[in-house]
Design a protein around this ligand. Structure first.
Ligand SMILES: NC(=O)N[C@@H](CC(=O)O)C(=O)O
Ligand SMILES: [Zn+2]
Ligand SMILES: [Zn+2]
Length: 353
């Protein structure tokens, strides 16, 4: 670690307060222990609905929103942007209800069995066509966990194949539907988002920018680097870095911060999910700095997502200073602990709070 002062290096960055466009807050005591990590930095976040049981209607989303707001520490401000979990039986009327409610900003598609808490997800997208048509008509965005669940498809190919089998046909059938391809992990996903004529954007996580699959598998199995979609080869990580730092407004920040307690990660069958909220903006800053594109961090973190969701950009600012600090090995998580992304590592940037 080089902590010597280098006068040619930028020491402070200030920019418009960012939002997190993909976040798992969980519920109850678990939510209570992670919420301030997000609220210290982000003004708003798109809240994933994969609770157990999932958030499938407007009433449940409104109640969840109230629980989140009640858990925000007094000295912080934070706006949860709610989503509904799409099922085979979500009705067009439910979309109308969600749209009229005003707090619901999107509907999330989990292919059944694709990821954590997705058993109630969609078994066949054609069952949702009338509901998707209503979303298109009411301009309600669809958020997508983009992986096929076909057991014969290799796990490293599940995103790529999802594009051809599901996403491309979906954009052709519903050209007016706004879609966010969540937590993209492959060069193919980057290419698709860049070139499609559909109204598509994508979120990119800090862990997929920082790590390739060696971080999961070399030198021993590292369960805290296991997430879905699973980490990919270095060429894919490079494509994601290029996309995130390109200035293209179709790419924006979404941490997919997904906390799980240590015993469920360090297990014979460990859960998918990486926790990054404790240092999210600092992780992104280090990636953008390494690429020589700190000047493009603000647009990626604070403008592109708000513009896509047609929400006003935030008006206040955050400041990061160059101050090396060590990420804790563990954090409290309800009555357990979690191991955060970068545990024990040093970060050069620190958010001033
Ligand atoms: N990303 C993950 O690996 N896990 C997420 C679910 C998801 O976003 O797919 C979770 O809820 O734990
Ligand atoms: Zn997902
Ligand atoms: Zn997620």
């Amino acid at each position: 670690m080089n902590t010597q002062f280098n006068p040619t290096e930028q020491q402070v960055i200030s920019f418009t307060r960012p939002d997190d466009w993909h976040l798992h807050l969980r519920d109850g005591a678990a939510m209570q222990s992670v919420l301030s990590d997000t609220a210290r930095c982000f003004a708003r976040a798109i809240i994933m609905p994969n609770l157990n049981p999932p958030v499938i209607n407007t009433e449940q989303a409104a109640a969840y929103r109230e629980r989140i707001l009640a858990a925000v520490p007094d000295e912080m401000e934070f706006e949860p942007l709610m989503t509904l979990y799409l099922t085979d039986t979500t009705s067009p009327d439910e979309i109308v209800c969600a749209r009229n409610n005003g707090f619901i900003h999107a509907v999330k598609l989990y292919p059944a069995g694709a990821t954590t808490h997705s058993t109630a997800g969609v078994t066949d997208i054609s069952r949702c066509y009338t509901t998707l048509a209503k979303m298109e008509a009411l301009d309600m965005p669809l958020l997508v966990h983009g992986e096929v669940v076909d057991p014969v498809i290799d796990i490293f190919d599940r995103e790529k194949i999802f594009i051809d089998r599901v996403l491309l046909p979906l954009t052709q059938r519903f050209p007016g539907l706004r879609i966010v391809f969540e937590h993209i992990t492959t060069r193919e996903a980057v290419d698709f988002v860049q070139t499609t004529s559909g109204k598509i954007a994508a979120t990119i996580t800090p862990h997929h920018l920082l790590l390739n699959r060696n971080a999961l598998l070399v030198g021993g199995l590292r369960p805290h680097h296991y997430c879905l979609p699973v980490l990919k080869r270095e060429i894919h990580r490079q494509a994601l870095i290029e996309a995130a730092t390109s200035g293209n407004p179709r790419f924006f920040l979404g941490t997919d911060s997904a906390p799980h307690p240590v015993p469920l990660k360090e297990s014979a069958c460990g859960c998918a999910g990486i926790y990054s909220a404790h240092a999210a903006i600092e992780f992104y800053a280090s990636v953008f700095e390494q690429t020589g594109r700190l000047d493009r961090l603000e647009a990626f973190a604070s403008f592109h997502g708000a513009d896509f969701y047609r929400l006003p950009r935030n008006r206040d600012y955050i400041t990061l200073i160059r101050q090396p600090w060590k990420i804790p090995e563990q954090l409290e998580f309800a009555d357990s602990k979690l191991v955060p992304l970068g545990a024990g590592d040093c970060l050069n940037w620190k958010l001033v709070t």
